[in-house]
Design a protein around this ligand. Structure first.
Ligand SMILES: C=CC1=C(C)c2cc3[nH]c(cc4nc(cc5[nH]c(cc1n2)c(C)c5CCC(=O)O)C(CCC(=O)O)=C4C)c(C)c3C=C
Ligand SMILES: [Fe+2]
Ligand SMILES: [Fe+2]
Length: 333
């Protein structure tokens, strides 16, 4: 029986302290996420990863020695597999740590596929995240399927597949779902489930991953899409004060602002005592939520006299989010 392959795309995170440096090397070697001149990108990536891994190690130690991203993404894959049923095969392809795209493809090619659907776990499109994962997928699949010809997979990389694939197997890429009604409903429901009764007395702080400003000026839709997600969510919380801020800047160039910590400081000066922090560009937990939002900014808020600091958990396998992902897949099946 033919199946539709669904590839969940995510960043990946170190699954041990020893994995931090090679994970960072893979990240800084990627020209889609950071534009270091190509001939020196890899040696520079090696140097930065050596230096940065010392700092980053502290985050992961506080998080119990690893990022939980892999387990959570695999759970999302399992839940989506159950929701879609046997006509589909759902696999995970991470960009910077295992399971990599070629591992995902090897798993997928155990099946007779009629189509492959790429589904990013990034609701908002950026060329640094979704774009990078699409490019990596294109590079890897070319290794398996020689252009214009049928290829026996078992001759490549030791993969034993009973099936033949051609270069014209349909591949459908879902770019984004920042304004998809099911995704917005999942966000709204998840926020409501984690709010106190008196939430009207809270300030909502939406925190998204920042990006170098130049990437936006060059036409990346990420900022606009993130603003739209927040606007659509807030249609369900009329009268609540809110703002959108950016976190996790890396390196010296100008990134999208205001930064999350600066805004927490500004709000505390304004007398805000009740804060709800909502991660907006992440759908599972990792260093940006567990270390930055919970630990760093949670402590900062306390020091600044904010009495109630509530961080909304990411969607993970929230049933409404799984329904949203299922509908996205069905719409392009
Ligand atoms: C080098 C520049 C970076 C850009 C641009 C960037 C964009 C970007 N990243 C995410 C989501 C995540 N990033 C994560 C970790 C992480 N990201 C960078 C760098 C850039 N990200 C680094 C160096 C790291 C490693 C941690 C550190 O050293 O600070 C993670 C967490 C991984 C994990 O712990 O599981 C996520 C998730 C988005 C959404 C984004 C652009 C929109
Ligand atoms: Fe990042
Ligand atoms: Fe980051």
């Amino acid at each position: 029986m033919k199946k539709i392959g669904v590839v969940l795309l995510n960043m990946g995170g170190p699954d041990s302290l020893d994995a931090i440096q090679p994970f960072l090397y893979n990240l800084f070697s990627d020209h889609d996420i950071i534009q270091i001149p190509k001939p020196i990108q890899k040696p520079v990536a090696f140097l930065i990863s050596k230096i940065r891994s010392k700092k980053t190690r502290k985050y992961y130690e506080i998080m119990g020695g690893k990022s939980p991203q892999k387990e959570q993404t695999l759970k999302q894959a399992q839940a989506l597999q159950e929701a879609l049923g046997d006509d589909y095969k759902v696999v995970v392809a991470m960009r910077y740590w295992h399971p990599f795209t070629d591992e995902a493809l090897q798993e997928l090619f155990n099946y007779d596929l009629e189509k492959i659907i790429l589904l990013p776990l990034y609701p908002q499109y950026s060329r640094t995240t979704t774009g990078s994962s699409f490019n990596e997928f294109d590079r890897q699949i070319k290794k398996y399927i020689k252009a214009g010809k049928y290829t026996v997979l078992s001759t490549l990389k030791g993969v034993k597949s009973p099936y033949y694939y051609s270069s014209n197997i349909p591949i459908k890429k879902i770019n984004c779902y920042y304004n998809n009604i099911d995704y917005i409903n999942a966000m709204v429901e998840n926020i409501k489930e984690n709010l106190p009764q008196d939430y009207q007395n809270y300030y909502f702080l939406f925190s998204a991953h920042s990006l170098p400003e130049k990437i936006i000026l060059d036409g990346d839709p990420y900022k606009h899409q993130t603003e739209e997600t927040v606007r659509l969510i807030m249609e369900n919380f009329k009268g609540v004060r809110y703002s959108l801020v950016y976190q996790s800047k890396v390196g010296p160039v100008k990134w999208l602002e205001p930064f999350t910590d600066q805004e927490i400081e500004r709000l505390s000066k304004e007398g805000v005592k009740n804060l709800v922090v909502i991660p907006v560009s992440f759908v599972s937990e990792h260093s940006e939520t567990l270390y930055e939002l919970d630990y760093q900014y949670g402590n900062l808020a306390k020091e600044l006299g904010i009495e109630n600091y509530i961080r909304i958990p990411t969607l993970k396998t929230h049933p409404k989010f799984m329904q949203a992902l299922k509908n996205l897949v069905l719409q392009c099946s």
